[in-house]
Write a protein that binds this ligand. Sequence first.
Ligand code: BGC
Length: 553
Amino acid sequence: MSNLDPNTLPRPSDSNATDWWRGATIYQIYPRSFQDSNDDGIGDLPGITQRLGYIAELGVDAIWISPFFTSPMKDFGYDVSDYCDVDPMFGTLTDFDALVAEAHDKGVKVMIDLVLSHTSDQHLWFRESAKDRTNDKADWYVWADPKPDGTPPNNWLSIFGGPAWTWCPAREQYYLHNFLKSQPDLNFHNPDVQDALLAATRFWLERGVDGFRLDTINFYFADKELRDNPALPPEKRNATIAPSVNPYNHQEHLYSKNQPENIAFLERFRALLDAYGARAAVGEVGDAQKGLEILGDYTSGDKRMQMCYAFEFLSKEPLTAQAVVDVLTRLDTHAPDGWACWAFSNHDVMRHASRWDLSPQAQRGFISMMIALRGTLCLYQGEELGLEEADVAFDDLQDPYGIEFWPEYKGRDGCRTPMVWTHSNSNGGFSEAKPWLPVAAPHLQKAAAAQERDVTSLLQHYRRALAFRKAHTALIKGAHANLNAQNDVLSLHRLHDGTEMFCAFNLSETAQTITLPTGTWEPLGDSLDCATPLPDGTLHLRPWQPCFARRTT
Ligand code: BGC
């Protein structure tokens, strides 16, 4: 048992407030790999329900469940063939209702992952659309005639490799897919498509979900004229996968995404959410060059998205104090009234413990720093246990992205291996059957049960860190100011309702000393092993040590 009783943990003052999402902590669940309840080797909804106690005890406000809808699973659920049902491998609608009820009982909100930009090619809409050029759904996807020489209508590329166009013999036309060819892009210029997607959204609102993570929100519209994308100069090529591996990064995606018409659709979506009260959406904005500008645009005011998911801290380069200051400063410029959702790890990138080669001490340092950020936080299952990227052999690979670009890029399976709950069997308590991806042997020693018993574990540190954030409204809702990077120390102030907090983080392996801002500072955060401001106005920080202090004069 942990030393923290969930019933006594501080909860946000009003979890029914319409802005519950502001500063909240969201825990991302990749359902295939969370908990298998029926021993078929694949995680499922009842498995999540079984583990809601663990989630509530972690102290998060909400869960975001990656897609569990009916799907042929070519992209593991990000290829939906029925928006309004649960894939049998994950359970049933009744299981979903039970999950929501139990989560709400425990004070945890439920967000689901809507993939509206594209469907599976097995969706009835696409099957009909692909039949001929005259059917009812003929204009529901992005269809285009070939060039006279038979080649695709323009130069757009797919993120998962190859052209973004696939030929359909029945129509003698190409259809657009920004991802796999089995993920055709919907035509958002058609109002009927928008209406159908909003109806699917309403279906889940009626079932009581508290919000949505919206997949690839800036890909909804393609240029009506389907103009060629210009080339991106080599010095601007900056993406998760090296430009040498995937030529997608050689283009500026001026016309294949980020279209101005998207704003009106986001406003329609928001109006629907608002009709249901305290519901929130976080839009995933994939854009290596203009991510923060788009975030600013999409979250400005109160008629669009409440939050957008920022990719900045998912970078390959280790996160330095200066990099954090640069990102927050750019955010202030591009999104003065916007709201970011920060993450270090997710189901698409190498786990940050490995990506930044972090020691256990450094992993503590980063979550201590994360709780000081203005914005909403997204944790990815297993990061609280310190899981590293798993080494998945080519023969075990499932991710089509990895299979396409192996071995230069190994895909996303290394961050998707099953959670480890106990050390009792080689599957870590995830399943009695062979899991869909092997459990990484080095993960077993980090199983949740062992960390529950150890008050010095990373899991316990995550719990204390989240409880500390929740206990200080300035960290949740406050403005930030005085962003500063001095050597490897990040410092910033958070201000709310007359309270001023000073936060400093040594993001390095060496001890650092800094000068405190003038004034008197009361040390906070005992439970996080924080450094104490000294009367002579200095602060000594051990490697990776944080400091939280409140101004008294
Ligand atoms: C999701 C990916 C998915 C892609 C296509 C994303 O950004 O996070 O996992 O493959 O969208 O739907």
